[in-house]
Design a protein around this ligand. Structure first.
Ligand code: ADP
Length: 739
């Protein structure tokens, strides 16, 4: 019986097709994981071209090759398109080149074309080897030693156009580039009362255009999956004019490069511009973002995603049955999932086919629930005013309050709350300055245009603080809730907000006015609240940390230096672990684990060994609550003293920078979509006469509500963090990535 579980002899990794930011992080993860398992790993440069041409293009990789590529955009090992690999002759040569190094397993990072090519290669492998034996290129023993080609696929594509994963490697970075550009355009557009037509990438997939619209204040969207009605030009002009009439100083039409009308005719930026100029006399400019979208340093999420997937791909190659069908390794709701590779390719192509066949409803259906939901939310928020309220609908009065530290995305939540609430015919109230403001009656009715321009700003326009009303002070809040006839409350905030919301909920039997549905929405950079695996604001903070660490890395080129970088999080190590993974830190100290003298000594030895063998930079991330005694200053002094002539040490406490800055695309989008769910929740409760209160959060990739009553049982009794922290599952990964 053949040994079906035996590990591959050597693993090859290649990037193919279009480049995507984050590919380097995936290659690094493949190298580090293979090294960790003691398996030889080769980088195949220039994609399949390198496989066919072999020689210098197939290079053995060691830990040093993984160093310093994580933060780079593009792909350090190159990518190319190869006609030769499309031919059987080319693939036979590729097989021979691989066997020269004993490579019989491949991690292919590319788009659907690259993955299809890889699968064809895998299927042909035994026959190709038989032919190579016949021609005398390889010996029968070599063929016998490598009877199958194992394959794992990762999707590198900025379009996010592949089934089998929530996100493809590169899409989040592209979204960053688009949103940065659109924020910049907005200021110039509003200075001149101009209209901009912005074209973004996406031949068959409107993901980038849709999410960029949700994350900015684009007024009109054109995507391949959802062509506009026949009279779209008229409608577009009417909507842009309505926006002007209510005082919008800028208008943006966002068009995906593959946008078309319902008859399948392309809708181009030129066409849109000439229509707007002719019909409205608008001063219209076109911006085609083009390859800028592919460029630049990968976002924190792309580095994390690629690291997790690259690692999982090697684990899969090692542990799966040798004859198991090849899998696409993806992420769904922060869980690694594997799906038969060719099912993913088929599903992806099915969407393109539906679009080509003008079955647009079918295409939208295949895109999935959150795509459709985002589209619907966008349709409402983009309007110039709320739709007329259907007769008979009750006009509930809903309020929103922040609490806790400022979290990027708070303004997006209020913006969505106001517009989605008004569109339902409700009265929407914003409570200024947290629960202190509620206590003092600082409650304001909001109108559609009151939140105009809030989409890209960090901070919290309506204010936030850490005030928590306890005991008798709750009576004053109850009075104000009654005075303002608040029927339901959204608390969009962090730790203090959860405490406050729970306290109000707990005292509802004492104060009738507090017997209202309350829903908590997780908004804190720390990601330390219960009922969710992810909180809004943390993505912006991670990007801010990672950008700073990149700069620190550059600043240290001329020296041999250890940097101890302190990041936020109170008692929660989420920012520390994730930023450590995304920035390539070699040691991460977490509050969940504390710091011991033994671990410091061991780390010191590891650092010294590294510098002795040529290392120039040591990056250490320390969560601010990691240890009371072994502070960042202490660590810096310790490393400085003990480093002697080998290295010096510096500290960087990133501080409140992490809470500021413009919200990242993810935080803007999540703030908007979670707010929509909060309003739905309150609406359902109020319509049905129920009074449940809840915490909304991401759990196993889905948005779920947890009863607010259970709040005390979900938090750590002594520390400011939840009992369950799923992200801690990635702790082991940070050790493997130290290679
Ligand atoms: P992407 O992977 O981004 O979709 P392409 O479709 O251009 O990019 O594919 C990249 C490379 O993958 C091609 O240049 C070719 O070498 C290989 N490839 C794509 N499709 C096939 C196929 N059907 N058979 C063999 N090789 C293929």
């Amino acid at each position: 019986m053949p040994e079906v579980h035996s590990a591959p002899a050597s693993i090859g990794v290649l990037t193919s097709g279009g480049d995507a930011p984050g590919m380097n992080a995936a290659v690094r993860a493949v190298i580090c994981t293979a090294v960790y398992h003691g398996i030889d790993v080769y980088a195949i440069h220039e994609g399949y071209h390198g496989l066919v041409h072999g020689g210098e293009l197939i290079r053995r990789m060691g830990p040093a090759d993984a160093d310093g590529i994580l933060h780079r955009g593009g792909t350090a090992i190159g990518t190319a398109r190869s006609q030769e690999f499309r031919t059987r002759d080319g693939r036979r040569v590729a097989a021979r080149n691989m066997l020269e190094h004993g490579i019989d397993a491949l991690v292919v990072i590319g788009g659907d074309g690259s993955l299809t090519g890889a699968d064809i290669f895998r299927q042909e492998w035994p026959d190709l080897l038989a032919e190579l034996v016949d021609s005398g290129d390889i010996s029968p023993d070599v063929a016998d030693d490598h009877p199958v080609l194992r394959l794992a696929g990762l999707v590198g594509s900025i379009d996010n156009d592949m089934s089998g994963t929530d996100m493809t490697i590169g899409a989040d970075t592209a979204l960053h580039r688009i949103v940065e550009a659109m924020d910049a355009l907005r200021s110039t557009a509003s200075s001149h009362q101009r209209t901009f037509v912005v074209e973004v990438m996406g031949r068959h997939c409107g993901y980038l255009a849709l999410m960029a619209s949700l994350a900015t204040a684009a007024n009109w969207l054109l995507i391949p999956e959802k062509p506009p009605a026949e009279d779209w030009a008229l409608q577009m002009c009417r909507d842009i004019k309505a926006g002007r009439d209510i005082g919008r100083r800028q208008s943006v039409v966002l068009v995906a490069e593959g946008a078309q009308d319902i008859n399948g005719n392309p809708i181009t930026a030129d066409h849109i511009k000439s229509t707007l100029e002719k019909e409205l006399g608008e001063d219209t400019r076109i911006t085609i973002l083009g390859h800028v979208q592919r460029g630049g340093a990968p976002s924190a999420f792309d580095r994390y995603l690629a690291t997790v997937l690259g690692h999982a791909a090697v684990e899969r190659l090692i542990t799966a049955d040798r004859d198991a069908p090849p899998q696409l390794i993806g992420l769904r709701g922060n869980r690694v999932v594997t799906t038969p590779l060719m099912d993913c390719v088929a599903q992806t192509q099915a969407i393109a086919e539906r679009i080509n066949a003008k079955d647009f409803d079918g295409a939208m259906l295949l895109r999935g629930g959150s795509f459709r939901q985002s589209y619907e939310i966008l349709q409402t928020i983009q309007q110039a005013a709320a739709r007329p309220t259907p007769a008979g609908r009750r006009r509930f009065r809903l309020a929103i309050v922040h609490s806790g530290g400022p979290a990027p995305g708070m303004n997006n939540a209020v913006r969505a709350f106001v517009r989605l609430g008004l569109d339902r015919g409700y009265t929407v109230l914003a409570v200024k300055n947290g629960f202190r403001g509620l206590r003092d009656g600082d409650v304001h009715e909001m109108d559609w245009m009151d939140v105009s321009g809030w989409v890209s700003d960090g901070g919290a326009e309506i204010g936030t603080n850490r005030y928590v009303p306890w005991g008798a002070l709750v009576a004053q809040i109850a009075e104000q809730v009654a005075a303002h006839r608040i029927d339901g409350l959204v608390m969009a905030g962090g730790w203090a907000g959860y405490q406050a919301a729970h306290e109000l909920h707990r005292q509802r039997h004492q104060y009738a006015a507090l017997d209202i549905p309350i829903v908590c929405m997780p908004m804190t950079v720390n990601n330390d609240v219960p009922g969710t695996e992810l909180s809004i604001g943390s993505d912006t903070a991670l990007n801010s940390i990672v950008a700073d660490v990149d700069k620190i890395r550059q600043s240290a080129v001329a020296t041999r230096r250890v940097f101890v970088i302190e990041v936020m999080g109170h008692d929660c190590g989420y920012l520390a672990l994730l930023s450590g993974l995304a920035s390539g830190a070699e040691r991460i100290y977490l509050p969940e684990e504390g710091i011991t003298l033994d671990s410091l000594t061991a780390d010191l030895h590891t650092l010294a060994d590294g510098f002795r063998s040529g290392k120039r930079l040591g990056l250490i991330i320390r969560g601010e609550g990691a240890d009371l005694v072994y502070t960042t200053g202490f660590l810096k002094s310790l490393f400085e003293k003990e480093g002697g002539t080998l290295f010096d040490a510096r500290q960087a406490i990133l501080g409140h920078i992490q809470e500021g800055g413009d919200p990242s695309p993810f935080d803007r989008i999540h703030a908007t979509s979670l707010t929509a769910r909060c309003i739905e929740f309150l609406s359902e409760q109020l319509e049905s006469g129920a009074r449940a209160s809840a915490m909304l959060g991401f759990q196993s990739g889905r948005l779920q509500f947890t009863d607010l009553t259970s709040y005390p049982t979900l938090i750590h009794p002594e520390a400011q963090r939840p009992m369950e922290q799923r992200w801690m599952e990635r702790r082991g990964l940070s050790e493997i990535m130290r290679c």
